[in-house]
Design a protein. Sequence first.
Length: 187
Amino acid sequence: MSQSRVLVLVGSLRAGSVNRKLAETAVAVSPEGVEITIFEGLGKLPFYNEDVDVPGASIAGVDGFRAAAAESDAILLVTPEYNGTIPAVLKNAIDWLSRPYGAGAVKDKPVAVISASPSHNAAKWAHDDARRALRIAGGNVLEVELSIGGTIQKFGELHPRENAEVAQQVAGVVAALAGASKVLADA
């Protein structure tokens, strides 16, 4: 069986965020044959600017980011909700991956979104906005959704991977991404 590579983009830059912990959960529950990498540089990406994103340009941080996305078989976004939408760092990442138009690193790639929030809304608005932006950017947004609300009560001091139900749900999203990337590779 060939290895599926999933790149995870976390919308919270805070080291102890529940969204980072959910990304870590994805790593912990990934099945054999699935390699998950959490990208550690979103906060260092410059804001997207078409004036600097020209053919032949080398942009600090962006080249490695685009290469990591291009080398992956699927992409997973894990997002909190900031003021009713996705964090700027994730929107900026999607913008960089969507270019060049029609040929960006996200084009036709299987993508999924997990959202989490202390509110009972479960960052659903951010979840929907991320899915919409990814779809417009050219990603193949899977019909698998996971929004986790009430994270403070649900996890307390525990890591999300210690919650069997959540770990199983995250594993389901990872399996869906791996399955979709395998289908794409076999096509």
